[in-house]
Write a protein that binds this ligand. Structure first.
Ligand code: ADP
Length: 612
């Protein structure tokens, strides 16, 4: 059991007090007793002389002193006068007379030669002793003297006076009682004082303990108030200072941590921190998204177990063993994502501390764009080379002699003209695309009636459609809201789509143009948020796998066919750029049973009332 400081102080104080009081009492009583013994001894000396004087008539008689009634009476008389027990002991130890024993009992009294005071008197002529008497049962101070007889050579008798200490003992007992009472009172006062004292010491200490506990539980606003200027007050002040410093440090650290966390959380790149044994210490949210896992799942586990990617494992073990920064590009399966990893080592290599930091950049899009760019360059070169080769071939043929034949030369020159037109067309489309992309073409933002755009475009395309015997159907809703856009560009979008529909639909097909208002789920149906245009044909259709790439530059399902039909492979790319440049979307779906449906969604001018 552990005692509190309060009890330790109280019990300690009381123990010290009790010991002090006991020692004081013992010393006081012993000193009193010694004084009493000296005083009684002196008294006995005087009385012994007087009694010896009183017994002189018996001692001066010739012969040995015998136990006689006269002696006994004289002894009793002298005892009464001297207020002491008087005993006359023969040199052989026999008690001749004793004031404490009746005469007839003298014979039964034990031989007194072995009594300490008699033994001393035998040896030195005088002996004292303090003990409880066998005869009277009282504590008695004895003084024995040897009284010389007539011949003076040997002691005639030993005269012994016994002074009972009864009165003194009674007083001492009373003193004991008084002292006990005084000690009791002193003890109670001391108890109250020590409890108060202990409390005054322990209260601030327990206040400090409570405050320290609150501090440990995270309450850093706690202040310790003791009010005292002693060591405890000093301790409290020191603790308060410590708390202030701790709070400032914690705030500083929390701020740093929050900034670091904000940085890590907002980073697009995945970040992973490893310890020296390759175990994951931390991953950021981007990393969780990249690998579709949670920080809880990853933390504390070896990196190789968490990701199970041989390339990544090799990189991690190389970084940790060589302690050198490394870079690597890895491919994720089955997502096909491409990650560029930069691994850097830190200065620390202790267990459970950051040893390597890996930053994962998702370069899938970059690689895709790179591929598109490469494809684009290859495509442009190819697209330009085809008509150029053709032109060059026909010019060479003309120079080789064909120019002399007017019919052939006209035919060849027409082909050259057609190819240069095609070259021109490609270059114009490319220029237009590049101007849209670089923002050089600014789209007008005017309120448009889509119905008008459709009518004008259909009128333009009709001759072409008629040539192939296509049926052109227009189905436009009455309540179309106005859209905000560039009329010429939208006509270009619609004409490109209609041109494709005419081109890629075998003769006598049906081409339908529709327009309807649409609203997103959050708004009531009456509040249209967009106008949806669709161009549907009953032509060849576009295979599923080609549909997502159809809006890329030069992407064609059937290159030869497209070229034959005069396509540049840039029409849909231009459509997509124009539509997106005006805040819209374009996509393609399959049309049942055959053909394709191109859909364009354009945002509505919000404050415009619906056109009836
Ligand atoms: P092109 O000048 O070759 O028509 P586009 O960019 O306009 O180039 O179209 C790209 C490709 O998309 C075309 O080559 C064709 O294969 C396919 N395509 C476009 N529209 C249609 C359609 N209505 N039906 C079938 N295929 C189409």
């Amino acid at each position: 059991m552990t005692l509190s400081i309060r009890w330790k102080v109280t019990i300690g104080t009381l123990l010290v007090l009790a010991c002090g009081l006991l020692i004081a009492r013992t010393l006081a009583i012993r000193s009193l007793e010694q004084q009493e013994i000296v005083r009684s001894g002196q008294m006995l000396e005087t009385r012994t002389s007087l009694v010896s004087y009183g017994l002189e008539p018996f001692l001066t008689q010739p012969g040995t002193l015998a136990s006689t009634p006269q002696l006994q009476t004289a002894v009793q008389d002298l005892s009464t006068r001297a207020l002491a027990r008087v005993t006359v002991v023969a040199p052989d130890g026999q008690v001749l007379a004793d004031s404490a024993v009746p005469e007839r009992g003298l014979a039964a009294v034990e031989n007194h030669l072995a009594r300490p005071e008699i033994l001393q008197a035998v040896a030195t002529g005088r002996g004292t002793d303090l003990r409880t008497s066998h005869t009277t049962g009282e504590r008695t101070l004895y003084l024995a003297v040897a009284i010389r007889g007539a011949n003076q050579a040997t002691p005639a008798v030993f005269l012994r006076l016994g002074l009972p200490m009864t009165t003194f003992d009674r007083e001492v007992a009373k003193l004991h009682q008084n002292l006990a009472l005084a000690f009791g009172i002193a003890f109670l006062i001391a108890l109250a004082l020590s409890v108060g004292l202990a409390r005054s010491i322990t209260k601030p200490l327990s206040d400090i303990a409570i405050a320290a506990r609150q501090l440990a539980s995270g309450n850093h606003d706690v202040r310790i108030r003791t009010g005292s200027r002693d060591e405890v007050g000093l301790l409290a002040d020191t603790l308060n200072q410590m708390t202030d410093q701790l709070r400032a440090k914690i705030e500083e650290l929390s701020e740093d941590r929050a900034q670091l966390l904000a940085m890590l959380t907002s980073m697009v790149e995945g970040v992973m921190v490893l310890d020296c044994r390759g175990r994951v210490l931390q991953i950021n949210p981007a990393m969780e998204r990249m690998f579709d896992l949670t920080g809880m799942e990853a933390r504390g586990r070896p990196c190789s177990d968490v990701f199970r990617h041989p390339q990544l494992d090799t990189l991690v073990s190389a970084v940790l063993t060589k302690r050198m920064n490394e870079e690597e590009e890895i491919l994720l399966h089955p997502s096909g994502r491409c990650l560029h990893i930069e691994a850097s080592v830190t200065a620390c290599d202790r267990e459970n501390e950051a040893c390597a930091v890996l930053v994962f950049h998702d370069i899938t899009e970059l690689r895709r764009l790179e591929n598109i760019r490469k494809d684009f360059v290859a495509n442009v070169s190819h697209e330009l080379r085809t008509p150029l080769t053709s032109i060059k071939g026909y010019i060479e043929a003309l120079l080789d002699g064909a120019k002399d034949d007017p019919e052939t030369s006209t035919k060849f020159l027409n082909i050259i003209l057609k190819q240069s037109d095609r070259l021109n067309l490609i270059l114009e489309d490319l220029l237009q695309l590049s101007r849209i992309e670089s923002g050089k073409i600014l789209f007008k933002r005017e309120l448009l009636q889509i119905q008008r755009v459709i009518e004008r475009t259909l009128a333009m395309i009709k001759p072409l459609a008629d040539k192939k015997g296509h049926k052109l159907i227009s189905c436009v809703a009455d309540d179309l809201p106005l859209v905000l856009g560039d009329e010429d560009r939208l006509m270009q979008v619609l004409s490109n789509l209609l041109d494709n529909a005419v081109k890629y639909t075998p003769e006598k097909g049906t081409i339908t143009v529709t327009a309807r208002p649409v609203s997103d789920g959050a708004k009531p149906a009456a509040m249209a948020t967009a106008v949806e245009l669709s161009v549907t044909d009953t032509g060849l259709g576009i295979p599923d796998q080609d549909r997502p790439r159809i809006f890329e530059r030069f992407y064609r399902v059937d290159k030869a066919r497209s070229r034959e039909l005069g396509g540049t492979g840039l029409g849909l790319a231009i459509v997509k750029h124009i539509v997106e440049g005006q805040g819209g979307q374009v996509w393609v779906e399959a049309n049942a049973p055959t053909g394709s449906r191109f859909l364009v969604r354009l945002p509505v001018h919000q404050i415009s009332p619906p056109v009836s």
